[in-house]
Ligand binder design. Structure first.
Ligand SMILES: Nc1ncnc2c1ncn2[C@@H]1O[C@H](COP(=O)(O)OP(=O)(O)O)[C@@H](O)[C@H]1O
Ligand SMILES: [Mg+2]
Length: 309
């Protein structure tokens, strides 16, 4: 189901932290904008790493925290309507946009705030705790919070909305999934992570079935987010070859029902260490080594092909 205006929405999701969700979101968004697309990034992780990829701590404190973070929007929600418009929270990070604007693109951001942790608890409490009871009259309203907001005309001008989700499958994440046509799953190529992909797939299916059970039976009321694929990150190469063990995990992931991106992102401590300090993601930063830059650009191309934007 596309939003009212046909904007493509993708949630970047893995219930594990530290797997490269934010890095993939920031770099994909920046490269899409560099290719002339109009992109909106939404940071739903209370850790706000995506926000700090584009703004300094000082800028966040003075320009964003007082009235321009997604916290203000979730907070103003009073079980019937939100008094604050999500569109009012959109910011345009200056340094990355100085680069992409000359290519006709735009990269906007809705910033996050640590206080989102409490929003999570409030939303869950409103639905009867962590089981999100389906008979609760607010079930659909709460799950559709983000979907309905992104369906407004003010978001119609974007080609792509990328949502960086928190590392869990709680209520804020659920609002992102319900708003999305696609799910992108960054993961590390190790044993536990490949187990986790199957688990995540199952949780997604459960959410979709539960939601559609409440929203249906009209097909237009139902959601059907598609798992675009798993992107393996922090890949270590031995010489020019993938280490055999990693290759095995990637193959194993390919045997699950979840598609796997052909393109991986290799590990590079030096390139990603100062992510954020420049306000420009590695894919557009002048110091990116050619190998990493190649991985990130190929990933964008494959992403464009898979989402057909
Ligand atoms: N390909 C990579 N090589 C080396 N370090 C990486 C790579 N991708 C991400 N990192 C680093 O790993 C840490 C976790 O990445 P992040 O994108 O924040 O994960 P998540 O959003 O899933 O928690 C960050 O410090 C980030 O800079
Ligand atoms: Mg993150």
């Amino acid at each position: 189901m596309l939003g009212a205006y046909g904007v493509t929405v993708v949630s970047v999701l893995n219930y594990k932290g530290g797997v490269g969700k934010t890095t993939v979101t920031a770099n994909l968004g920046a490269d899409l904008a560099y290719r002339g697309r109009r992109v909106l990034l939404i940071d739903l992780d209370p850790q706000a790493s995506l926000t700090f990829s584009f703004y300094t701590a000082d800028e966040w404190d003075t320009q964003l925290r007082p009235s321009k973070t997604v916290l203000h929007w979730y907070d103003s929600f009073n079980w019937s309507s939100s008094t604050k418009s999500l569109g009012d929270l959109v910011t345009t990070p200056p340094r990355v946009n100085a680069l992409v604007r000359q290519r006709g693109g735009q990269l906007d951001l809705i910033a996050s705030d640590l206080g989102l942790v409490d929003v999570e608890l409030d939303l869950a409490a409103g639905l009867g705790g962590s089981r999100y009871q389906t008979f609760n009259p607010d079930y659909l309203t709460v799950h559709r919070l983000l979907a309905d907001a992104l369906g407004e005309g003010e978001f119609a001008g974007y080609d792509m909305i990328l949502i960086d989700c928190p590392p869990n499958f709680n209520m804020v994440t659920r609002t992102a999934v319900v708003a999305s046509q696609h799910i992108l799953v960054p993961a590390k190529a190790d044993y536990l992570s490949t187990l986790g992909i199957t688990y995540l797939r199952r949780r997604l299916t459960q959410l979709v079935e539960q939601y559609n059970g409440v929203a249906g039976p009209a097909p237009e009321a139902c959601i059907n987010p598609e798992v675009l694929g798993v992107v393996f990150t922090m890949i270590q190469y031995a010489g020019s070859n993938l280490m055999t063990k990693i290759g095995n995990y990637i193959d194993r992931a390919g045997e699950t029902e979840v598609p796997v991106f052909r393109q991986n992102v290799r590990e590079s401590k030096s390139v990603f260490a100062d992510a954020g300090e420049l306000g420009i993601p590695a894919v557009l930063a002048p110091h990116a080594t050619q190998n990493v830059e190649h991985d990130l650009k190929q990933l964008t191309s494959e992403f464009i092909a898979r989402t057909r934007i």
